[in-house]
Design a protein around this ligand. Structure first.
Ligand SMILES: [Fe+2]
Ligand SMILES: [Fe+2]
Length: 246
């Protein structure tokens, strides 16, 4: 039986500057990278670790969230599995909506495969623990992010909204996975989440780079800054729960 849902409310006192060095990165487990269809995006581990440093989120998660999350790891795994499913689904949506944008199609296609690989990996972890996937929970964070997307602009501007919201979900997921990879007591889980952290950092960079490829850089930077402020407000309005990735 699953444990009763546990909620935690903590302040956001700022967070550790403990980042990964490249030496640590070299000794960390790595998956063979899927062969990208398009070589314009730098997929190296060093580039992804640099992205973790540069997330720029305005409201850091209290690292004590990890202590609660680790106690409800089964709940986190179910929520995590659906986060991966939503990432894959969003990738397909982007490809279908903007199918005439060759670079987007080339770069998002392998991302969909990677996100589905993540889904399978989390599903395997649930099975290993004798658990099934269970039902999806309402994702208040993603719903709130989508609600602040601007409508009515040009097609390129609409694409930017999609790309930046996708980048934001990747950035926050990366931030949370980083905390799990640093502070979980269980060494196995630290390694498990390290791999997700690196991968989502790469996706975050890819979405930002795509936006800058199709729109003027100033416009992307300005909108990203606005979204970072909105995202921080959303995070502050949500209860910090040990049974949710976001
Ligand atoms: Fe993922
Ligand atoms: Fe991702």
């Amino acid at each position: 039986m699953r444990p009763k849902e546990q909620h935690v409310t903590v302040s956001h006192p700022g967070y550790s500057d403990e980042f990964y060095s490249e030496d640590e990165a070299a000794s960390a487990p790595q998956e063979p990278a899927a062969e990208p269809l398009n070589k314009t995006h730098d997929t190296t581990l060093a580039a992804n670790l640099e992205a973790v440093r540069m997330l720029g989120l305005k409201l850091p998660t209290d690292p004590r969230w990890v202590n609660v999350a680790e106690k409800t790891i089964e709940e986190i795994l179910t929520d995590h599995a659906f986060c991966e499913q939503k990432a894959a689904t969003m990738g397909v949506t982007l490809i279908v909506k903007f199918s005439d944008h060759a670079r987007l199609v080339d770069e998002v296609t392998p991302l969909v495969a990677e996100e589905w690989g993540h889904f399978r990996k989390v599903l395997k972890e649930l099975k290993k623990r004798g658990l099934n996937l269970g039902r999806q929970r309402k994702d208040e964070y993603v719903v709130a992010l989508h609600n602040q997307m601007r409508k009515g602009g040009s097609r390129e501007q609409t694409m930017m909204e999609y790309l930046l919201v996708s980048a934001m979900v990747e950035a926050r997921s990366c931030e949370r996975f980083r905390l799990l990879s640093l502070y979980c007591e269980d060494e196995y889980l630290r390694k498990f989440y390290y791999e997700f952290m690196v991968s989502e950092a790469g996706h975050y960079r890819m979405f930002i780079d795509l936006a800058k490829h199709y729109l003027p850089e100033d416009q992307v930077k300005q909108r990203w800054e606005e979204m970072l402020v909105a995202e921080a407000e959303i995070m502050a309005s949500l209860e910090l729960r040990g049974d949710r990735v976001h």
